[in-house]
Design a protein around this ligand. Structure first.
Ligand code: ATP
Length: 587
């Protein structure tokens, strides 16, 4: 049996279980053959005696049919188990790979395509491995065994059945060619549709707010129509081939039975053998007929496998080098960027250009600059979400300088905590969200302290179940500022020596922001903190300020030094004072 290269790894993985399913299928066929012979013997005895029921053969036939039903149930259970086990392992592998591709990975079809592959794609593959493949095995093994049984009774009859059976692989081949290409087309249409739906759901407030739902709805309707057309085209292919296979089965079964009747009339076969031929021929075609109902699962599984394999074949841009070794860290590390340049894939110009800066250990460093200056990109390099095109990002410890690429990625993740501009709360309780990245030995007191420092505690009283309240996708919606506070607590409880805050308090009121800013400051030197904020009051107390402009370092130093120098920082401070109506925002 030729197995498509795209599904070969999954079929290989399921091979022992598939062999078990095939063995059960063969046993079921054996029971069928036995029942057919018993029925034929009973039939012959009834016709040749005065009509008394032959209890022995009839009891044997009923028992064998019961055994067959039991074996078929076992076969279905085995097939279901195979499919679910394979689907679970692919899902896990795919999910791990999607996570390994990292936050900076660009999905050509949008993130929805990854979601679709992980959910629907794996489901189709489950159908392929769990239903289609065992059925293909049954469609080969069962007719082969039954044809041998028929051949022993009447070779000419067996040949008629073989002729009918041979039409089915032909129809299968035609369907595979026609439907295989269309299934891929259907998958692409589905992918576009799913991307559009997920986009619309994510932007539901924007669409409603701008009254643009109708316009977007029209685009969605067009995608839905493409999807419908692709589905209809596939169904038409299936229906045409269904007609071919049904005709082949009907002609094969009736042709073989008529020939058997003729041979019985000539005295070459017993009367009961006509019944035997009818049973065996019908049984021979049954798995082929069943296979037809799994063609869709098979061909859609193939298309899904191609899409899943494309994701699995995509190499993560950031990986752990083969010779990476973890380093011992005695205290908070410093960071040094040397001649770092970075251009996003497909972008026309570099987001960072020959940057060389130092982030002192155990201090708070502010990254400031106009929108699009490259601040977030710089933190992505510090956290190793991306690697520089040129230059190096170095972790500075008591032992010396270590290029981040020489450390295990897990260590880089372990030593850094972050709160990014887009806070995502996972589906779960507030406490679970705070504990998301906490060390396993983090005590309840530590979690409570982090929630107090990030000002989560004051609003917990307003939640129905306090820290056990359900938030995230399926739970209560928190305000932007509340979400930021949970994210800050999550980062604080991580005990990471490097903390990166990208506009982490932008949604907070002045009082809460001031309290949190004080709490996360690297006042005691136990943590290196990098803060990005447009509101300069947030970073006014930083030990070190780096001003970026158009992907370059414009200046760096302490806030006081830079203000005295009268450069870009001083201009930003002046502009903000005017915007704040002359209020003294810097002390
Ligand atoms: N994924 C991306 N693909 C292509 N270009 C990007 C990507 N992310 C950022 N950029 C571009 O890189 C430049 C720097 O972006 P970055 O987000 O680092 O700026 P920023 O200083 O953090 O801006 P802001 O203050 O508005 O958040 C911008 O021109 C931006 O358009």
């Amino acid at each position: 049996m030729m197995i498509d290269a795209n599904v070969a790894p999954y079929a290989r993985q399921a091979w022992p279980r598939l062999a078990g399913t095939a063995a059960i299928t063969l046993l079921a066929s054996g029971a069928s053959i036995g029942a057919a012979f018993a029925m034929a013997a009973a039939f012959t005895r009834i016709l040749s005696t005065d009509g008394t029921l032959p209890a022995g053969p009839l009891t044997a036939a009923v028992a064998l049919l019961g055994l067959r039903a039991l074996l078929l149930w076992c076969r279905d259970q085995s097939a279901l188990h195979t499919g679910t086990v394979v689907a679970r392992s692919i899902r896990e592998k795919l999910l791990r790979h999607i996570v390994a591709l990292g936050p900076a990975h660009r999905w050509p079809g949008g993130r929805a395509s990854a979601h679709l592959a992980a959910v629907d794609g794996c489901e189709h593959l489950k159908g392929y491995v769990g239903n289609y493949l065992p059925q293909v095995l049954a469609a080969i093994l069962v007719p082969a065994a039954l044809t041998v049984a028929l051949f022993l009774r009447d070779p000419a009859v067996a040949l008629v059945v073989v002729a009918g059976v041979a039409c089915v692989p032909l129809a299968h081949r035609i369907t595979k060619r026609l439907l295989g290409a269309r299934a891929a087309e259907h998958w692409r249409a589905y992918d576009r549709y799913a991307a559009r739906v997920s986009d619309n759901i994510a932007g539901i407030a924007t669409l409603a707010g701008f009254g643009a739902a109708e316009r977007r709805g029209a685009a969605l309707a067009r995608d839905a129509e493409t999807l419908r057309a692709a589905t209809t085209a596939n169904m038409n292919v299936s229906l045409s081939t269904y007609v071919i296979t049904s005709a082949a089965m009907l002609l094969g079964t009736s042709g073989a039975t008529l020939l058997a009747a003729w041979h019985a009339a000539e005295g070459r076969l017993a009367a009961g053998d006509v019944l035997l031929v009818l049973f065996l021929a019908a049984e021979c075609f049954r798995p082929l007929q069943d296979l037809q109902s799994y063609w869709h699962e098979g061909f859609y599984g193939l298309a899904a496998a191609a899409s899943i394999n494309r994701i699995l074949a995509t190499e993560p841009q950031v990986t752990t080098a083969a010779d990476a070794t973890p380093i011992a860290l005695a205290g908070p590390p410093g960071l040094r960027l040397e001649h770092v340049s970075f251009t996003y894939p497909g972008a026309e110009r570099a987001s960072l250009n020959q940057i060389s800066v130092t982030i002192p250990a155990g201090r708070t460093t502010a990254l400031v600059g106009a929108s699009g200056a490259g601040k977030t990109t710089l933190t992505a390099l510090l956290l190793r979400d991306i690697d520089p095109d040129d230059g190096s990002v170095l972790l500075v410890t008591a032992d010396g300088h270590h290029d981040l690429r020489t450390l295990p990625l897990s260590q880089v993740r372990h030593i850094s905590a972050r709160v990014s501009q887009d806070v995502v709360l996972m589906d779960g309780t507030v406490a679970e969200n705070v504990r998301l990245a906490a060390p396993t030995d983090a005590s309840d007191t530590e979690v409570d302290d982090a929630m107090a420092a990030a000002r989560v505690t004051p609003f917990l009283a307003d939640l129905p179940e306090g820290p056990a309240s359900h938030v995230g996708e399926g739970g209560r919606r928190l305000s932007g500022g509340q979400r930021q506070r949970v994210a800050l607590a999550r980062a604080l409880v991580q005990r990471a020596p490097l903390l990166v805050l990208d506009e982490a308090t932008s949604a907070l009121d002045g009082e809460n922001e001031a309290l949190i800013t004080e709490a996360v400051r690297s006042g005691d030197g136990s943590r290196t903190t990098v803060v990005i904020a447009h509101r300069l009051s947030t970073v006014a107390h930083a030990d070190h300020v780096i001003v970026l402009g158009e992907g370059r370092v414009l200046e760096e130093g302490t806030a006081a030094q830079l203000e005295a120098e009268g450069g870009p920082w001083a201009a930003m401070v002046r502009a903000q004072r005017i915007a704040d109506g002359g209020a003294q925002v810097f002390s």
